[in-house]
Design a protein around this ligand. Structure first.
Ligand code: XIL
Length: 351
């Protein structure tokens, strides 16, 4: 080997550290970082383990990942007291290898619960003990590795009132405050979030979410952020201006916001006009986030249309994401990238 001075070794190391795969310099993740936000996606961990092109796409474009299902109650605690972290561990390892942040999803939700739980006829005290153990086990395991958690989701109804859920029925209305406190105890540095859909813009549900999180703040419950899911179609999306105002009023409570699960479902087969309108919606929602300093990240609910949940849950609809069935960028990808580039150019570089 040729002798190499300390100085050239340091230069070489610096070059390596900044070396990126071809074409990645202009990736969403790099531009977003320069613009001061993170760009994320939900991840299908089975696909991550079997589809190398999908894994490469994730590593290239995103610096924030949310397990699509791997940390949901029925997956992670399929039997009482038996935890299965196989999928979640794989995702966290992948994220660390690619310098991505991980968002834990989701601790208290009334869907994807295992039968042993929903059919167990537990007393309020037993349910509290079960939920406490669940939260403590998950959050402790990933302390310092999962940066933020969706502690609670979908606790507000369309009318803006607290929704009756498995947890509210079983434990009582304080289940939310307890969940945030237990998560905070398990990892005091984790960022704790409330996440919901249909309350992104203006209206009863948005007001109900605002009232709920304001009340949590008044009672000094450790909540840091509100996630706006943003599952929309071309005709039912909120006005971007209302989204911005909603983010601002949440910021006035001291709360950060994130767009957490955006997808824009289209009628299949999608035509060019719809793909263009879809691009406009993605752009407008991203612009709302970029306009509010406490909006910290923007995530889509999946990377490619191939692994999107939409066709299964909304038959006849799909094509909802930034990459098509073959992993190729769609018009929405390019308009998001253009906007990020503009924001990156006009914003001071951040670490
Ligand atoms: C969805 C997943 O994408 C599907 O694979 C699963 O079968 C059902 O749940 N809001 C949420 C997500 O917060 O957890 C949901 O994910 C989509 C709606």
């Amino acid at each position: 080997m040729r002798p190499c001075t300390l100085a050239t070794a340091a230069l070489f190391a610096a070059a390596l550290a900044t070396a990126l795969p071809a074409g990645a310099v202009d990736s969403l993740r790099n531009l977003a970082q320069s613009a001061g936000i993170r760009f994320g996606t939900a991840v299908n961990v089975e696909a991550l383990n079997t589809d190398a092109a999908y894994a490469r796409l994730l590593a290239r474009e995103f610096n924030l990942v949310t397990p699509e299902n791997a940390l949901k109650f029925s997956v992670v605690q399929p039997e009482r007291g038996r935890f299965d972290f196989t999928q979640a561990d794989a995702l966290v390892a992948f994220a660390e290898a690619h310098r991505m942040q991980v968002n834990g999803h989701v601790l208290v939700w009334d869907q994807q619960l295992p039968d042993w739980l929903t059919q167990g006829h537990f007393s309020p005290d037993e349910l509290k003990a079960i939920l406490h153990e669940h939260i403590r086990t998950l959050v402790t395991r990933y302390r310092g590795r999962v940066a933020s958690w969706d502690v609670a989701a979908e606790a507000v109804g369309e009318d803006g009132k607290p929704r009756e859920t498995f947890w509210s029925r079983g434990i009582g209305p304080d289940y939310l405050a307890l969940a945030f406190r237990w998560a905070h105890e398990a990892d005091p540095r984790a960022r704790l979030r409330y996440n919901d859909y249909g309350g992104e813009g203006a209206g009863a549900k948005s007001d109900g979410i605002y009232t709920l999180v304001a009340d949590l703040r008044v009672h000094r419950v450790p909540i840091d952020a509100v996630g706006l899911q943003m599952h929309v179609g071309l005709n039912d999306a909120p006005r971007p201006e209302d989204v911005r105002l909603n983010m601002k009023r949440l910021a006035a409570l001291g709360l950060e916001t994130d767009v957490t699960e955006m997808d824009v479902m289209l009628q299949l087969p999608a035509d060019r006009a719809d793909l263009k309108a879809q691009a406009g919606l993605y752009r407008a929602m991203l612009q709302a986030c970029l306009a509010v300093p406490l909006c910290r990240s923007f995530s889509t609910w999946g990377a490619t249309d191939h692994y999107s949940w939409i066709p299964e849950f909304f038959p006849g609809r799909g094509a909802a994401l930034l990459f098509d069935m073959d992993g190729h960028p769609k018009p929405a990808y390019y308009s998001v990238r253009r906007l990020l580039r503009r924001a990156a150019e006009s914003s001071p570089a951040i670490e």
